[in-house]
Design a protein. Structure first.
Length: 265
């Protein structure tokens, strides 16, 4: 299926440099704050719903521990200059792909971008002059928090009733997206080399709905009870064949760096 879809995408004309430019917006610097580190954690999983009981028998809390992959928090940092004399709406798109294939051969830009995963996408208002963007990995719009257990919701509900307060579990409202702990791939002790890119595009042209810069309650599947928020195709601007990587590397609204993902037991 992947090769069929790529054949279709490769049949489309590549983006020109003029189509990819965001006039007046320059990315001066781009880096990751914090180490990219993955690890396995022991997660306590409630089995209360898996056990039959009766009302005459008191509930007994039953749990088990399972190892699961997670990562330490990190942030994407970008220093961006808006050369215009007014605010501009921008779409920030961050992708990563393995630097090498399974034979240790570095990917070309064109093959690499086809293997890219979207790490984040968000809208931001850029003010005239310098803008410092600091985006936590926990805020990624393509991920969601872990789904709470039945016991967690039960405890929160009982606590709210006892205290006479409203129950707030809005952070678990969206279930569309990867668990945040799967945002980056498992690293290794020597550091898994990854190519990391950021593209800042015209948010006014990109946004399919209003107010995207005011919240992050959307993801790459779309808004709840709404439409897909991005007018651009999924994976833009890496979704089409790239004849010459210099078309991207020479853009002022694009940065390409290399990072390493480590794994610690």
């Amino acid at each position: 299926m992947d090769n069929i879809f790529r054949e279709h995408k490769d049949s489309l004309p590549p983006y020109t440099q003029q189509e990819l430019e965001f006039d007046g917006v320059n990315i001066d610097n781009f880096y990751v704050k914090g180490n990219l580190e993955t690890y396995f954690e022991d997660f306590e999983y409630s089995l209360v719903n898996a056990v039959d009981d009766t009302e005459s028998v008191d509930d007994v809390e039953i749990t088990t521990y399972i190892p699961r992959l997670n990562h330490k928090e990190f942030s994407f940092i970008a220093d961006v200059t808006n050369e215009k004399n007014h605010d501009v709406l921008a779409t920030v798109r961050i992708f990563a792909w393995p630097h090498e294939d399974n034979n240790g051969v570095p990917f070309s830009f064109d093959d690499g971008r086809w293997n890219a995963i979207e790490l984040d996408k968000f809208w931001v208002m850029l003010h005239p002059g310098h803008n410092h963007l600091d985006r936590s990995s926990f805020d990624s719009s393509v991920t969601v928090p872990d789904v709470p257990s039945y016991q967690f919701i039960k405890d929160r509900t009982e606590e709210a009733i006892q205290q006479g307060k409203e129950l707030h579990i809005e952070e678990f409202e969206s279930s569309l997206g990867l668990p945040n702990r799967f945002l980056i791939p498992k690293g290794n002790k020597d550091g898994l080399e990854m190519d990391l890119v950021i593209a800042i595009t015209d948010g006014q042209a990109d946004a399919a709905v209003e107010g995207l810069h005011e919240n992050t309650s959307f993801n790459h599947y779309g808004c709840a009870d709404g439409i897909y928020p991005d007018n651009r195709p999924h994976g833009y601007p890496l979704d089409r064949h790239v004849d010459d990587s210099r078309i991207f590397e020479e853009l002022h609204n694009f940065k390409h760096i290399q990072v390493k993902v480590f794994h610690h037991e």
